[in-house]
Design a protein around this ligand. Sequence first.
Ligand code: CA
Length: 230
Amino acid sequence: MHVLLVEDDDAIAVPLAKGLERQNFTVRREASGLAAVDAITEPPAPNIVLLDLGLPDIDGYEVCRRIRATSSVPIIVVTARGEEIDRVLGLELGADDYIVKPFGFRELVARINAVTRRTAASEEPEEPIVHLSGGFVLDNRTRRVTRGDTEIVLTRKEFDLLALLATDPGATHTREEILEQVWDAHWYGPTKTLDVHIASLRKKLDDHELIETVRGVGFRLRTAELPPTA
Ligand code: CA
């Protein structure tokens, strides 16, 4: 895995690069924003960018914007200031995650792994069309759910939630996994949100057994076919 490390401070960049190399990452380090933007187009293409916001030429926001103009490579922003997070993760800049200095090395590696796993999963969608028990058809390309001729209109989160469960019908997805994948990697809010969405999905699908509750663990989809209705 190729990491593009964009950091002007040697005291941070040198030990960080060494640590990443020990974890079998190959590291290309750039100390300015313009050099980082150039590096994106040069082989080997990075698999992930670690981007410091305070750079000597153009700042990290501008680097992020310019990278996003040509590439969807995952970007983890490294910031010293927590209040910039909203702007960093906003649609305008399109970073995938952030980490606040000072951070632990293990935390950084965990974030890198989580972000690359998440982006790889979203770039290689599962089966485009999934047939679910009860006659529901979920289309990952059009993000529509239908049953016969009827479309079941879902919100974005409701669709994401159902699509996640549909990646492996019958397998139990834990609440933590669902919250992390459908909501946010750093979701520490009340898990009631998940229950509200499950309830809403069941109501819209008009099928209260398609999504089965695995008490104390999470949820899974029913795999058995329903007997045909008379
Ligand atoms: Ca800096």
